[in-house]
Write a protein that binds this ligand. Structure first.
Ligand code: AMP
Length: 282
């Protein structure tokens, strides 16, 4: 496996692969790998001639009060794990490479970013869309893999690819969870042992919501209230948002009919966690 830190070098490699007609799978990450990342990486290695993984903690997607500086990092371990999975190139650029002096161009997806994490984290999706667009131009992938863990991000990236004709196939991947249901996240290392136990409340809230739907609940605002109360019953948890949305437009629903998505964000202690899952009304 090759570790590339320069944009120009990554671009040269990508150009060469294009000329050779190679299919390139790409997994953009912020590193500190867990099984969620590895599930995306495995799929990329499996279904393409070559796999590229980027490790870049993107400063433009963090708010000024957020955890950019203390976000967990372990590049040596990530390199080792990527190599073991058969990745061809790990791309780990510096901030100076990605945002050189004078940088002033951003990508904005206007509607899908209004609610949910977009409303709570102003500028977050502008940073995400910008860095993903840049990475797609640098790596020129055939396919790129995104986890449903970050469900709004997945929809935003799909929209951007269509709107800007980026010609990359976006492959959504299911959420990988710990054995007690907690969605894997690099941020889970922030949790104390007590908070770690309380953090399963998001998964349990989704399971409870599925049960309420199975029992016939079809009123989305009422179901939403039940989920809020369920999460708030956990003393260490504080709801950031609970929304029941259309899985494609992310618009809040009034009635549960067919497929909906339950979108959850909560603080457990001072750590903000997100989760989501399908709700099917048959
Ligand atoms: P991150 O490093 O947190 O930016 O995540 C990089 C990619 O891995 C994103 O597409 C995430 O949605 C995905 N991902 C993160 N956690 C999980 C998980 N538990 N299951 C599946 N995919 C995940």
């Amino acid at each position: 496996m090759e570790v590339i830190t320069r944009v120009a070098e990554m671009q040269a490699r990508a150009r060469q692969w294009r000329q050779e007609g190679k299919q390139v799978g790409f997994v953009p990450t912020m590193g500190y790998f867990h099984q969620g990342h590895l599930s995306l990486i495995r799929r990329a290695v499996q279904e393409n001639d070559l796999a590229v993984v980027s490790v870049y903690v993107n400063p433009t997607q963090f708010g000024p009060q957020e955890d950019f500086h203390r976000y967990p990092r372990d590049l040596e371990r990530d390199i080792r794990l990527a190599e073991e999975e058969g990745v061809h190139v790990l791309f780990a650029p510096s901030d100076a490479e990605m945002y050189p002096q004078g940088y002033q161009t951003y990508v904005e997806v206007t509607e899908l970013t209004q609610g949910l994490c977009g409303a709570r984290r102003p500028g977050h999706f502008r940073g995400v869309a910008t860095v993903v667009a840049k990475l797609f131009h640098i790596v020129q992938p055939t396919r790129a893999y995104f986890g449903e863990k970050d469900y709004q991000q997945l929809r935003v990236v799909e929209r951007m690819v269509r709107d800007l004709n980026l010609g990359v196939e976006i492959v959504p991947m299911p959420i990988v969870r710990e054995s007690d249901g907690l969605a894997m996240s690099s941020r889970n290392v922030y949790l104390s042992p007590e908070e770690r136990r309380a953090a399963t409340v998001l998964y349990r809230a989704w399971k409870a919501a599925q049960e309420w739907v199975a029992q016939g609940e079809r009123d989305a605002p009422r179901l939403r209230e039940k989920v809020v109360r369920f999460i708030e019953a956990e003393p260490l948890a504080r709801v950031d948002y609970v929304e029941i949305v259309d899985p494609l437009t992310l618009e809040p629903l009034e009635r549960l009919e067919g497929e909906a998505r339950l979108m959850l964000a909560a603080f457990v202690g001072s750590t903000r966690l997100i989760d989501n899952g399908p709700l099917t009304a048959t």
